[in-house]
Design a protein around this ligand. Structure first.
Ligand code: C5P
Length: 408
């Protein structure tokens, strides 16, 4: 029983493959998963709520404005009550709705409202599958983190041949099991806090002091931690990046707001501070736009910003078990980063060698030295996504080790 204790919300949309959803429910139940089902109006033309209810041993949901359903479980709660949302079959229509955020029935509303990952098993006619509109929708959903299984290629109910057949229930079950496999989600049940991007410190209502941080590394870390199963809050300054899938994003502008948002998202098992926080803010930003005048340019007085990494690292009951900071250095990288680790009180520093000789400055790859209490370790030049994945793996291993030490 590989899925014991897991719960799946199965959305069945209306295609001939809906009959295979019955077998999928049976297989999921056999592996110990709890299964709640939503049937679209079209799906009810292919399978009956009675069969679905008998196999899932649960009430079947179908209507957005059902007083009885809402009294028992609101549609928002229904969308979030499961660990994974599976859409099988996922018709071209439902995928299009999901892509564009339409919510005109219970199935599409639940898909829009859920905060859980979505695994879709597309099923449609081969031409519908190959249509540029469907392919564009798939690309956009993939980019947002929707998982897919299938479709298969073969003879279709409509008499045509090609890709579009829904994956077999056994293959969908396998994809669900892979999603829940502990090796694939070593941070399941952990909470993570990540800071990313620059901060903007106002001079007056229209001007600010900022920096060129893109947020790429911090966002990649949030995405990697979420992909490893962690519940991630990403506190981000202004960036031009999409929200990483499955991550709770809090947008802020100033260092003070960033610190407040970080505090509000504690407790966390791990905090990774990748934001480029301004060291200073304008002590008293002007309430009105500053004007040119005979007095000449304004003299700005600065005040020190809070150090978020140092604050999160302070000992106390709210301190995350693991606090990780970054340091961009151009010379004596390990030595300076080692000193920074002690100064800030964090557990690890990822020192990024940005000396001109490395050619990594501002690029998409990083040359990292990981510094901890025991010393330093150098990583090869890696893309920011690969740095994030490697870091997520290290975090998972370290948290698991710490737990073992406590329990032994
Ligand atoms: O002191 P420095 O800015 O070089 O330190 C970099 C590290 O400290 C990064 O992890 C950055 O996110 C964090 N930091 C912070 N708050 C500040 C300044 C830096 O969290 N005010």
């Amino acid at each position: 029983m590989k899925l014991c204790g897991k719960s799946v919300l199965l959305v069945v949309s209306g295609g001939i493959a809906a009959y295979k959803a019955l077998e999928l429910i049976r297989l999921l139940r056999k592996e110990g998963a709890g299964v709640r089902c939503i049937l679209t109006a079209a799906a009810r033309q292919f399978v009956t709520p009675l069969s679905v209810s008998a196999l899932s041993e649960e009430k079947v949901y179908g209507e957005l404005f059902s007083l009885t359903d809402e009294a028992e479980m609101g549609h928002i709660q229904l969308s979030r009550s499961a660990d994974l949302v599976v859409v099988a079959p996922a018709t071209a229509d439902l995928l299009a709705k999901l892509t564009h955020g339409l919510a005109d029935d219970l199935a599409s509303t639940a898909l829009l409202a859920t905060d859980k990952p979505v695994l879709a098993a597309p099923a449609m006619n081969v031409r519908m599958w190959q249509h540029p509109a469907t392919q564009a929708n798939l690309a956009s959903l993939r980019q947002r983190g929707t998982l897919f299984v299938g479709p298969d290629e073969g003879a279709m109910a409509c008499g045509e041949f090609g890709p579009g057949r829904m994956a077999e229930p056994a293959a969908i079950l396998e994809a669900v099991e892979a999603f829940f496999a502990p090796a694939a989600r070593p941070l399941q049940g952990r909470r993570a806090l990540v800071t990313s991007g620059p901060t903007y410190e106002p001079i007056d209502p229209v001007r600010f002091i900022g920096n060129r941080s893109s947020g790429k590394q911090g966002h990649a870390i949030a995405a990697a931690l979420a992909a490893a199963g962690a519940q991630v809050t990403l506190v981000s300054g202004p960036v031009a990046l999409p929200d990483p899938p499955g991550v709770d994003v809090r947008r802020v502008e100033t260092a003070a707001e960033m610190l407040e948002a970080c505090r509000a998202s504690l407790p966390a098992d791990v905090a990774v501070c990748a934001a480029a926080v301004a060291d200073w803010r304008v002590a008293a930003s002007a309430p009105q736009k500053l004007k040119k005048g005979p007095g000449g340019p304004p003299a700005l007085t600065f005040a020190e910003n809070p150090d978020i990494l140092a604050t999160l690292s302070q000992p106390g009951p709210q301190r995350p078990r693991l606090v990780v900071g970054f340091a961009a250095e151009t010379e004596r990288v390990v030595e300076q980063a080692t000193a920074k680790r002690l100064r800030k009180g964090c557990d690890w520093i990822l020192a990024n060698d940005v000396s001109p000789a490395t050619g990594t400055f501002g690029g998409d790859s990083n040359l990292i030295h990981l510094i901890d209490a025991r010393g330093s370790e150098s990583w090869p030049v890696l893309s920011k996504a690969a740095v994030a994945e490697r870091l997520a793996g290290r975090i998972a291993a370290t948290l698991a080790e710490a737990e073992e030490n406590v329990s032994s």
